[in-house]
Design a protein around this ligand. Structure first.
Ligand code: FMN
Length: 376
């Protein structure tokens, strides 16, 4: 079944069938009217990739370096919370698939496996840790220290979540973490017995950093994290973390300049997949001005809206050094655990490769503005 999935959209179709509505919608949905999330995908439809004929590109090399170390592919896995809610293999499946593919895996502060468990699952893989700043600063400090001790090489500090975005699908579904057994969830589950079997027979109901009481997501996020976070805090984290540090959630040139001044090694230009501020700018469109602001040396990672290898190629041409995939990987996870994530990575990698060959690009560094054209 996974082998028959010809692209990430096919994995999404399988995921939808196999996952309870509340879990699928938590992944698939976004904030408000989902305007930013929708545009984040649509924007790629108006980018032309320019073919170069008779360019002698027999082979395209997809490997690159990011945050001071190699990656076999120009994309990695974005940090996502509550991943075992999507599939019982959760972060273990994701990190193993990433290790196998030779790409970085990012573990979220809201992850459902511990830093040490992920390190043990993928000892050879590159691991990044995503930090949300806790109200209790000691907790943040301890997490950062544990990530360093466990061999995580890069810290992503997410700054676009001072409060939880308003995700209307979750509100309508009455989505709770861990899920509550209600008539609605039990009925929904009767269509997806395998998901519930996996969920109830592993220790999936226990989430790493949370209590066992069931609550909706805004309550969880707003009670744990500090909405008064500012650039002083970023400087404090910069002092704590000796590895590479990227600020995740930058969309304007002003913020890019401030993050650089605060000592960030790189930026993740991202609108959180449209899950935070609906009507926020589109990451892809922000790329060239952010690049112009911070200069060619600072590394820029882009995410939000990536569903195909063509999207990845377009982002790299527009000024990103690297791309993260959020939902594209989670659709794979929901469709088939670790194997599904591997399938998503494989499909995207093949699409990147074929596009590069058709565009006459032999390596990732060949991808630049001259190979795309934006149509209005
Ligand atoms: N970003 C974080 O920094 N921390 C998180 O805990 C987190 N959880 C997420 C959970 C889900 C279900 C999804 C879909 C995204 C989450 N994100 C989180 C955002 C992703 O890291 C990434 O920015 C986003 O998914 C990119 O957009 P895309 O899904 O269109 O690829």
């Amino acid at each position: 079944r996974l082998a028959a999935a010809a692209d990430v959209w096919d994995l999404r179709t399988i995921a939808k069938r196999r996952t309870p509505t509340a879990a699928f919608d938590y992944v698939d949905g976004a904030a408000g009217r989902e305007i930013t999330a929708t545009r984040a995908r649509q924007v790629f439809h108006s980018v032309e990739l320019l073919p170069r004929i008779l360019h002698g590109t027999a082979h395209s090399d997809l490997s690159t370096t990011i945050a001071g170390a190699p990656s076999a592919l120009p994309f990695g896995i974005a940090p996502t919370g509550f991943t075992r809610f999507m599939h019982s293999e959760g972060e273990i499946g994701g990190s193993r698939a990433a290790q196998k593919a030779g790409i970085p895996f990012s573990l979220s502060t809201m992850g459902t496996r511990s830093i040490e468990e992920v390190a043990a699952a993928a000892p050879e893989g590159r691991k990044w840790f995503q930090l949300y700043l806790w109200k209790d600063r000691e907790k943040s400090k301890k997490l950062v220290e544990r990530a360093a001790a466990a061999g995580f090489d890069t810290l992503l500090v997410t700054v676009d979540t001072p409060v939880a975005g308003q995700r209307l699908r979750d509100a309508r579904n009455g989505m709770k973490i861990p899920p509550e057994l209600t008539l609605k969830t039990v009925l929904d589950a009767s269509y997806r017995p395998e998901w519930w079997y996996n969920f109830l027979t592993t220790d999936s109901l226990k989430f790493a950093s949370l209590s066992d009481t069931s609550a909706d997501l805004p309550t969880i996020i707003n009670s744990m994290f500090d909405s008064s976070l500012d650039f002083e805090d970023l400087r404090w984290i910069r002092e704590l973390w000796k590895g590479k540090l990227f600020v995740k959630g930058v969309l304007t040139t002003e913020d890019a300049a401030k993050a650089k001044a605060a000592g960030a090694d790189g930026l993740v230009v991202s609108n959180h997949g449209g899950r935070q501020l609906d009507r926020a700018p589109i990451a892809f469109e922000a790329l060239s001005e952010v690049r112009a602001e911070v200069g060619p040396e600072m590394e820029i990672i882009m995410d939000s809206g990536i569903m195909s290898g063509a999207d990845i190629v377009a982002a790299l041409c527009a000024g990103a050094d690297f791309v993260l995939i959020g939902r594209a990987y989670l659709y794979g996870l929901m469709a088939g655990g670790e194997e599904g994530v591997s399938r998503a990575i494989e499909l995207l990698a093949k699409e990147v490769e074929v596009n590069m060959q058709l565009m006459g690009a032999a390596s990732i560094k060949d991808l630049d503005e001259s190979l795309i054209r934006r149509r209005s």
